[in-house]
Ligand binder design. Structure first.
Ligand SMILES: Cc1cc2nc3c(=O)[nH]c(=O)nc-3n(C[C@H](O)[C@H](O)[C@H](O)COP(=O)(O)OP(=O)(O)OC[C@H]3O[C@@H](n4cnc5c(N)ncnc54)[C@H](O)[C@@H]3O)c2cc1C
Length: 344
């Protein structure tokens, strides 16, 4: 490849989404990651693309809605170009309603969802049908939303990386900076930026997740007892996650057993499903808890795409779009609450 117009450091979902969006705009792109594609938190297993609650609207929710609505076309194109499946399906989500108060809140959100989600997805209180793939619900009622989707994080990164290569990107372990540089280096990047800035820019938050063997088919994912239960196309169900500020290493432990037990209690059909994988990763959490996007203050030509925290996969398509617009076209469409410079 002739010299790169954009060098992207980090081959997780943020770096690869930026690469893809820059390639779509005709740029020459090189992605550099010494540890390879999906080596960080993006190499995980859960893949819930779940919206915020449809009320008290703000920039972050609007940005996420855009990204979730972009996702179907985004992942379809990635699948077509790469020939690999990212495991995407907009299969919806079921949530049990614990008591009358929860039912009342959920009914209120039926109307706000209709307005805020622009009629492109619904949020409805429905009666549990007694089907095996349902969470136990004390009220006999569930919320069913049609905006939530799932994809397979690890497979999606491989598919996106392959699609980027088809479009001419290089993905290499080492290379000097050429052109504009986007730092999408996840939790390690937040720690490095904190060190360089002499103040806390962000921290890693560990998460543990598991994969169970159970072929649920294309059914809605479930969010119950604080646990995501996500059926995947490969005959498995992912369960996640712990959220740990204090941790010692990247192993899995008894905290994950508790998450698995909660999922089995909430979704009884998983009671005897075999655990086929236990996995842990470090979520990049910016001090703002929001995505952290934009120019790197005091470093001309350098940009930051970080802070995906718990929703990095949901945010990926839109993060790629706004970063490519900023870097290649000088158009700044980054919401106020996401601006990187505010954290330095
Ligand atoms: C248990 C768990 C469950 C999760 N579940 C979901 C979910 O259901 N839905 C969702 O949307 N999100 C989920 N997330 C969050 C999501 O995984 C992250 O938000 C996302 O992966 C962050 O992507 P990233 O590209 O910013 O970082 P990463 O994926 O961590 O990528 C950073 C990359 O930078 C590389 N790197 C580091 N230093 C350098 C350097 N100096 N030069 C070049 N490269 C470097 C690393 O090798 C790594 O590949 C979950 C996370 C965890 C841990």
């Amino acid at each position: 490849m002739a010299s790169a117009e954009v060098t992207i450091r980090g081959a997780g979902i943020f770096g690869l989404s930026c690469a893809w969006a820059c390639l779509q705009r005709g740029a020459r792109v090189r992605v550099v990651d010494p540890f390879g594609v999906g080596a960080g938190s993006s190499g995980g297993v859960v893949g819930a693309l779940a919206p915020h609650v449809p009320e008290t609207w703000n920039d972050k929710k609007a940005f996420q809605l855009d990204s979730l609505l972009m996702a179907e076309g985004f992942w379809a194109e990635v699948a077509e170009v790469s020939g690999l499946s990212p495991g995407y399906a907009r299969s919806g989500r079921l949530q049990p309603l614990a008591d009358e108060r929860a039912v009342e809140l959920a009914r209120g959100r039926e109307a706000t969802a209709a307005a805020l989600w622009q009629g492109r997805a619904t949020w409805q209180v429905v009666a549990a049908s007694g089907a095996p793939w349902e969470p136990a619900s004390p009220t006999g009622l569930l919320v069913h939303d049609t905006l939530t989707a799932r994809m397979h994080p690890r497979q999606a990164c491989e598919a996106l990386a392959a699609a980027c290569r088809v479009k001419g990107a290089e993905i290499v372990p080492e290379a000097p900076d050429e052109g504009a540089v986007i730092w999408a280096t996840g939790a390690a990047g937040l720690e490095e930026m904190s060190r360089l800035a002499g103040r806390q820019i962000g921290v890693p938050v560990k998460g543990q997740a598991a994969v169970l063997r159970h072929d649920a088919g294309t059914v809605p994912q479930i969010f119950a007892a604080g646990v995501h239960v996500v059926p995947h196309a490969d005959g498995t169900v992912a369960i996640g996650s712990t959220s740990e500020r204090d941790f010692d290493g990247l192993g899995t432990d008894a905290q994950l057993d508790e998450v698995i037990a909660a999922a089995r209690a909430a979704v009884p059909v998983l009671r005897d499903a075999e655990v086929v994988e236990r996995w842990a990763g470090l979520r990049p959490r910016a001090r703002s808890r929001a995505p952290m996007l934009g120019a790197w203050p005091g470093r001309p030509g350098h940009f930051i795409a970080n802070g995906g925290f718990k929703i990095g996969f949901g945010m990926g398509p839109k993060v790629g779009q706004v970063m490519a617009e900023l870097v290649l076209e000088g158009t700044d469409a980054i919401p106020e609450g996401f601006r990187a410079e505010a954290l330095f």
